[in-house]
Design a protein around this ligand. Structure first.
Ligand SMILES: C[S@@+](CC[C@H](N)C(=O)[O-])C[C@H]1O[C@@H](n2cnc3c(N)ncnc32)[C@H](O)[C@@H]1O
Ligand code: SF4
Length: 248
């Protein structure tokens, strides 16, 4: 399924007083890849362990058919971002990503500066594949690190350890200007100091964007709510989360 989400909340088409033409509001496109190497026990996303070879061609054809069915509703509206999420879309063959983005470009007006993100699991990171995703047009990689603590990663049932996460980050930095790291907090037996150490390690990798999500069992993920932290902890967390503009 390709949900197509208006970027702004129901803006009425604006009228250009000069020409009298209306400007359709832009769209963001989300593309779902539902397969993973292994289903993590905590995850309630629409994601499934793939036990047989994935038929990329059949899935791509289904995605294109879905997009074409939506075209009458979105005619002529510019797409300013694409997010290829999962599941683990880094399992996708690079040729599939290339064909997917070409198919989207042929059907919708993709803004030349559009952000195109793909989610990757560190256990599936390959330098050549990251380079091929970049070549296909992906310009932002989002890596599911979760924690830099091997014991926590093992408790979560992750397929990678901290060293593999670091290697995946290095590979991503060699290929992409924009890299996001996902971290989760409120992990079993995790102290606030441990969660802060994960944030500090993520900052130390040189990344600007970090997404912190509280481990949600079994509810949906929530965003870190700084307002719930006591004053001095909140200030420390805010400082840690501030983007460092001098970093790439
Ligand atoms: C759909 S996953 C994509 C990344 C990739 N599949 C991976 O796990 O490395 C997106 C992110 O959702 C978050 N997530 C998954 N299950 C969660 C849960 N139960 N609570 C909080 N965050 C969760 C993780 O941070 C994960 O990186
Ligand atoms: S957290 Fe990521 S790798 Fe784990 S099951 Fe969910 S989507 Fe798949």
């Amino acid at each position: 399924m390709i949900p197509i989400i208006p970027i702004a909340v129901a803006p009425a088409p604006t009228v250009d007083s000069g020409s009298g033409l209306t400007a359709p509001p832009p769209l963001a496109l989300y593309v779902h890849w539902p397969w993973c190497v292994k289903k993590c026990p905590y995850c309630d996303f629409n994601s499934h362990e793939n036990r047989t070879a994935i038929d990329d061609a059949a899935y791509l054809a289904a995605l294109i058919a879905d997009l074409e069915a939506a075209l009458p509703q979105i005619w002529n509206r510019p797409v300013t971002s694409i997010f290829i999420g999962g599941g683990t879309p880094s399992l996708m063959r690079a040729e599939t990503a290339d064909a997917l983005l070409a198919a989207i470009r042929m059907r919708v007006p993709l803004h030349p500066g559009a952000e195109i993100t793909l989610e990757a699991n560190p256990g599936t990171a390959e330098a050549a594949k990251f380079a091929a995703f970049r070549e296909a047009g992906v310009n932002r990689l989002s890596i599911g690190v979760q924690s830099f603590d091997d014991a926590k990663l093992a408790a979560l049932g992750r397929i990678h350890d901290s060293a593999e996460a670091q290697r995946a980050i290095d590979m991503a930095l060699n290929n992409f200007d924009r890299v996001n790291l996902d971290l989760m907090y409120a992990l079993p037996q995790q102290t606030l100091a441990e969660a802060e150490r994960d944030i500090a390690t993520a900052i130390g990798t040189g990344r600007q964007a970090r997404r912190q999500q509280k481990l949600a069992l079994p509810a949906q993920p929530q965003l870190l709510d700084l307002r719930r932290l006591p004053g001095h902890r909140r200030r420390r967390a805010q400082q840690a989360l501030e983007p460092r503009n001098h970093l790439a």
